[in-house]
Ligand binder design. Structure first.
Ligand code: NAP
Length: 273
């Protein structure tokens, strides 16, 4: 059966786990040719095996998205390997927990380097190839934390708000400049992945407690997230929200305006977050 994704060349960063893995498998199932990358080579090999297990084609490479020169070289390598690139899912991301007063500049830089600059590099590196394909799509993964802020997530919030601004401006530019590249920004709510367990925090915060609070709040499976993202891509949505929590929180923040901060601060205080 031919799908929207059949024979399209799709790049997925952070494909070794969670949403990136589920996206890779679902894209393969729908007939896309895949370039998958991650810093976690063990996780990436598992994803590659899953893709090949369903008869998919995958070029798997180590890539740290925070290394701009490597991302630029990777984009050329993928384009040379497949002869074209149609879709890029800038998905790789990390979590970090701590108050502004507790975090070092290094902690903040690390989050921005991966979660914001990784997306910028992936977008800029692949954009000429996507334009050349005549049928391109950039999908940047922000978060509900790109729609509202919460205590202890200032760096992650900053990166995800920035991804949203960057992506929304790019979409408008592609339309105004009549470029053959669609652009979608994705805002997942809590997705059951290893992001919190893989994440870091300032000294004195309990890693296991943070990870288990996240596990309790994350309701949507990565497989469901991948399906929602690909539906949004098919429909060329500007914004994709994932999960009931994302829909409710988005509405709540829009209705309460800046007043949401008082309510979220109280909720966080009460729950020791
Ligand atoms: P995940 O399960 O931790 O997967 C992320 C993958 O990215 C991991 O394999 C990770 O490797 C990799 N990665 C980390 N730093 C990288 C780098 N510099 N270069 C390349 N790969 C790197 O997390 P996920 O939940 O699927 O997250 C995917 C995206 O969704 C992220 O952008 C995240 O911010 C966003 N998101 C997630 C949620 C959620 O609830 N899960 C909600 C909103 C938004 P390591 O394991 O070695 O770190």
């Amino acid at each position: 059966m031919t799908t929207h994704f059949t024979d399209k060349v799709a790049v997925v960063t952070g494909a070794g786990s969670g949403i990136g893995r589920a996206l890779s498998v679902e894209l393969a199932r729908r007939g896309a040719k895949l370039a998958i990358c991650d810093v976690d080579m063990h996780g990436l090999a598992e994803t590659e095996a899953l893709v090949r297990g369903i008869g998919g084609d995958a070029k798997a490479d180590h890539l740290d998205v925070s290394q701009r020169e490597l991302v630029l070289a990777y984009a050329d390598d993928v384009a040379a390997h497949f002869g074209k690139v149609n879709m890029v899912f800038n998905n790789a991301g990390i979590a970090f927990t701590g108050n502004v007063e507790e975090m070092s500049f290094k902690d903040i830089d690390r989050v921005m380097d991966v979660d914001f600059w990784g997306v910028v590099s992936g977008t800029k590196a692949f954009l000429p190839h996507l334009v050349a394909s005549g049928d391109g799509h950039i999908v940047n993964i922000s978060s509900v934390f790109g729609l509202f802020a919460v205590p202890t997530q200032s760096a992650y919030n900053a990166a995800k708000f920035a991804v949203r601004g960057f992506t929304e401006a790019l979409r408008q530019e592609m339309v105004n400049n009549k470029r053959p590249v669609k652009v979608t920004c994705v805002h997942p709510g809590g997705i059951k992945t290893n992001i919190a367990r893989n994440g870091e925090q300032v000294e004195g915060r309990d890693h296991d407690k943070l990870a288990s609070s996240f596990d309790k709040m994350a309701r949507t499976s990565p497989e469901k997230a991948a399906q929602v993202i690909l539906k949004g891509v098919e429909k060329n949505k500007a914004r994709v929200l994932i999960g009931g929590d994302a829909w409710v929180l988005d509405k709540f923040v829009r209705v309460s305006g800046p007043g949401y901060q008082r309510i979220i601060a109280a909720f966080s205080r009460r729950n020791g977050l």
